[in-house]
Design a binder for this molecule. Structure first.
Ligand code: HEC
Ligand code: HEC
Ligand code: HEC
Ligand code: HEC
Ligand code: HEC
Ligand code: HEC
Ligand code: HEC
Length: 388
């Protein structure tokens, strides 16, 4: 009787400790190592106790933003209306799959045999909004290829920033991977001199838990040994972070590419002061593309309220694209009875539509055909009154 009671108590404590408990016990798999000796482990080792967060995270643009190419992944790209596009200098870039490998080949009339062939090894971009860019290895050097895949039209296009004539490849520097992977190690990782040579075996694809939460190995080991401990141990906690520390973690990748990089890529860890690593705000008019921090900080909502940060509106673990009911309810929490001039032409429930309108990016442009360039529309984070 007494024993049953203790047993029952233990089970309750166990279930509270692991709020999404699963019996799946997965061995800890090392998938990378930071030169500061932080060990990266596979995200499946969180399943046992955080299954809901892991499952939700797998659907986010963060998780899907980079990966090694597999043949299953590329089949949808090759269903596009045509697997090539033409450049202004009469070069045709053609995409095909051979023995499970995807290739980009360049042809000139009469398109008999390619004069340039490259394997496509890595995908960058979740494809949730714009599409995918592709990288290729040449021994240990990493390059971006000229062809990208544009999701809205299911088309192969010239990669943003490439000239409209044939250019074989462009080196990929660490800052690109810093925003699109959890970790990668350049050969001269301590040096400020840029290189596109990497340790191929030490790249952690996708943005996973460890990018935002720091080292996790000791946390997992502790909780596996102490299943009834319901307080998160041996892990950084955002509850103890200041507003600036919470914003800096997102600002690492959401405040523009950065003008001055003071410390090598992948040296910033959660809790650090970002401005010691890079200077971000580069103009009075931050671009809507990848500079949500700069724009939010110009908004009266941010300036005049206490402790606003990205998590005021975003759940960092879920794909919430188009969940406008949720986003608008965030506005109403702080503006519960907003009075509008009665002459407003439409319903006023969609606050976001008028006060955070879509704006064209000045730096990110897409060349859909060789003679038409379209601007990419991004949701501005400068919350304000717009006249249009
Ligand atoms: C054996 C169980 C267990 C495993 C495995 C585990 N955790 Fe936890 N974790 C916990 C418990 C218990 C807490 C405290 C309750 C909570 O916040 O869910 C916690 C809390 C956390 C917190 C919040 C800390 C805070 O105070 O804000 C983070 C972040 C976290 N875990 C990340 C991870 C990551 C990432 C993994 C996988 C690499 C992982 N955990 C694996 C048990 C575990
Ligand atoms: C400062 C961080 C940063 C850097 C550096 C960066 N990106 Fe991005 N990238 C982003 C963010 C943030 C987005 C999401 C869209 C936005 O905010 O406009 C994005 C979007 C993308 C997308 C579109 C994904 C989609 O489907 O919506 C692709 C493709 C992409 N980046 C490729 C690259 C490549 C290739 C490089 C390097 C040559 C690079 N990016 C450099 C932050 C960055
Ligand atoms: C893009 C950054 C980011 C990624 C990736 C991320 N987290 Fe978080 N996580 C956060 C932030 C920020 C908070 C604090 C939320 C708050 O205080 O509002 C948080 C909070 C948590 C908490 C505390 C409880 C909660 O739900 O708020 C746990 C547990 C957690 N994360 C686990 C994980 C796990 C497991 C993964 C990987 C599957 C993961 N996180 C991936 C940013 C991230
Ligand atoms: C390591 C770089 C990095 C960090 C840190 C980061 N992000 Fe991102 N974020 C990205 C990139 C890259 C994309 C675009 C991914 C894509 O579509 O390929 C993105 C996309 C997003 C999106 C758009 C999601 C969608 O559905 O398209 C939101 C919202 C977002 N991030 C919020 C946050 C918040 C909030 C934080 C801080 C807790 C954060 N991010 C931290 C790199 C990062
Ligand atoms: C954390 C609370 C908070 C949230 C969330 C919030 N706001 Fe605000 N907002 C404020 C405060 C405080 C002000 C300044 C009011 C003042 O000056 O009296 C403000 C000002 C504004 C203004 C006037 C801006 C100007 O330049 O004059 C608009 C418009 C606005 N908010 C719309 C929104 C919308 C739309 C959302 C949701 C996307 C939102 N707010 C979310 C707190 C918030
Ligand atoms: C006041 C609410 C609010 C705050 C605070 C906020 N966002 Fe957003 N964010 C939104 C809304 C609304 C959208 C549009 C969502 C959609 O269309 O699905 C959005 C979209 C985004 C996108 C995708 C943009 C696009 O057009 O593809 C990114 C990236 C993003 N937010 C990052 C951030 C970051 C980083 C922060 C913190 C600096 C932040 N957000 C703070 C409301 C907010
Ligand atoms: C159809 C477009 C539209 C929609 C939808 C809309 N607003 Fe506005 N909002 C405006 C315009 C235009 C103004 C400036 C004129 C006025 O006050 O009527 C304004 C003004 C404001 C102000 C500043 C008032 C002041 O005193 O300075 C706030 C705060 C605000 N809106 C919040 C909201 C919130 C919260 C929602 C959603 C519940 C919302 N708005 C929906 C267009 C819109």
């Amino acid at each position: 009787m007494r024993l049953d009671f203790v047993y029952g108590l233990l089970i309750t404590a166990y279930l509270t400790a692991c709020n999404s408990y699963t019996s799946e016990y997965i061995p800890i798999e090392k998938i990378g190592e930071h030169p500061n000796s932080t060990v990266f482990i596979g995200m499946q080792s969180c399943n046992q106790c955080h299954l809901d967060i892991v499952n939700a995270h797998k659907k986010t643009a963060h998780w899907l933003t980079s990966s090694k190419i597999t043949s299953a992944m590329v089949i949808p790209f090759l269903n596009s209306d045509k697997n090539y596009f033409d450049l202004k200098d009469q070069t045709r870039l053609y995409f095909s799959i051979k023995n499970d490998t995807l290739f980009q080949e360049a042809y000139r009339r009469p398109y008999k045999s390619p004069f340039f062939t490259k394997s496509i090894d890595i995908n960058i971009g979740s494809g949730t909004k714009i599409g995918n860019s592709f990288l290729s290895w040449e021994e240990n050097s990493l390059f971006q290829l000229q062809g990208s895949y544009y999701k809205p039209n299911s088309k192969w296009i010239n990669s943003p920033g490439y000239p409209s004539f044939f250019q074989p490849k462009r080196p990929i520097f660490p800052r690109c991977l810093e925003c699109h992977t959890t970790f990668s190690q350049s050969e001269n990782w301590q040096s400020a001199i840029l290189t596109n040579r990497y340790n191929k075996e030490n790249i952690v694809f996708g943005i996973d838990c460890q990018r935002c939460h720091g080292p996790v190995l000791d946390h997992v080991k502790h909780h596996r040994k102490n299943l009834i401990d319901s307080v998160g141990r041996k892990i950084l906690s955002y509850k103890n972070f200041s507003q600036q520390q919470r914003i800096d973690m997102c600002a690492l990748c959401h405040s523009g590419v950065g003008q001055n990089i003071n410390q090598a890529a992948f040296s910033f860890t959660p809790g650090d002061v970002l401005k010691n690593y890079l200077s971000t705000q580069t103009s009075n008019e931050p671009d809507v593309h990848s500079n949500q921090v700069g724009l939010l900080e110009m908004s009266q909502c941010y300036i005049k309220s206490e402790g606003m940060d990205c998590m005021t509106c975003h759940d960092p673990h879920s794909n919430e694209r188009n969940n406008l009911i949720k986003f608008n309810s965030r506005c109403i929490e702080c503006h519960p009875s907003q009075q509008h001039n009665s002459l407003l032409p439409e319903n006023t429930w969609d606050c976001v539509k008028c006060h955070m309108p879509m704006k064209a990016s000045k730096i990110m442009k897409i060349e859909i055909n060789s003679d038409s360039v379209s601007q990419v529309l991004v949701r501005t984070h400068k919350i304000a009154i717009y006249k249009e």
